[in-house]
Design a protein around this ligand. Sequence first.
Ligand code: A2P
Length: 318
Amino acid sequence: MLEDMPPIGFGLWKIAPEDCEATVLEAVKAGYRHFDSAADYGNEVEVGRGIAAAIARGLVTREELWITSKLWNTFHAPEHVALACQKSLDDLGLDYLDLYMIHFPIALDFVPIEERYPPEWLHDPAADEPVMKPARVPLHETWGAMEKLVDGGQARHIGVCNYNTALIHDLMRYCRIAPAELQVESHPYLVQPKLMRLARDYGIHVTAFSPLGSLSYVEIDMAGPGDSVLAEPVVVAAADAHGKTPAQVVLRWGIQRGNAVIPKSTNPGRMRENLAVTGFSLSDAEMAAIDALDQGRRFNDPGVFCEAAFNTFHPIYD
Ligand code: A2P
């Protein structure tokens, strides 16, 4: 399944709206065909402009592109799922998504699109002490509405992000349409071998977000420059051995495990560097040495950032 999803996608999280159109166009020129978007990234209109510009210039057709988007937490109620998907489709200027995913297994109270979009995490950001407000929506109801998007042709595939093994077992007990994709944080400091194995056993393909590890989190003060996996001696040694950069080795490790990876870069040189990871293979020993860097270290953890940034303790992995 998902044999047509290019293994190296372009991550759109944290790209400023004003840079998005040019960045997407540049990424298409560099050769990216898989774009990982989400309502919550706050830049789908501008991503859509970049896609439209690339198609209008004859660089690519819609059918050659793989576009993923994600259902935000405030739209989990079944009556809001199609609404949220349609908003992403309208913003992106598309009539179908290749993949639509539940962004987090966290249902939050509905915020009307006209009131605030993207709604983000806080129920009432203007309150004296703003907090997240959980909604009484079970995930199986959300999934039922996601399945209807496949029936209706708005999404070719549906999937889940940030699910743990227990949630995946549960989902596989009730789904009518199985999830095609699981998207989770994974890099050499967070290898997650059991989660990957379980997904594979269920026939669910995996996309690793933050495939370069801490690098995504330095710019938002959730990691320090010293946390970089790119400085690890085994990564540097493999890079030297293959005449590649440490980033290329880490991305190659990700796709050689069978996952898709979605590095973001607004730098045209790094964009191309990140795509050039298919012409070489890491040896079994190199793969094992990088696997052994595992520290179970998660940079994107609601159990940490929801309390720090949104005044709400909401762990989901523990
Ligand atoms: P930049 O956009 O300046 O290239 P994410 O993990 O969310 O995909 O983010 C990747 C982070 O790593 C970004 O801060 C990006 O910055 C940086 N980055 C992307 N590619 C490379 C690379 N090949 N080498 C070093 N840093 C990279």
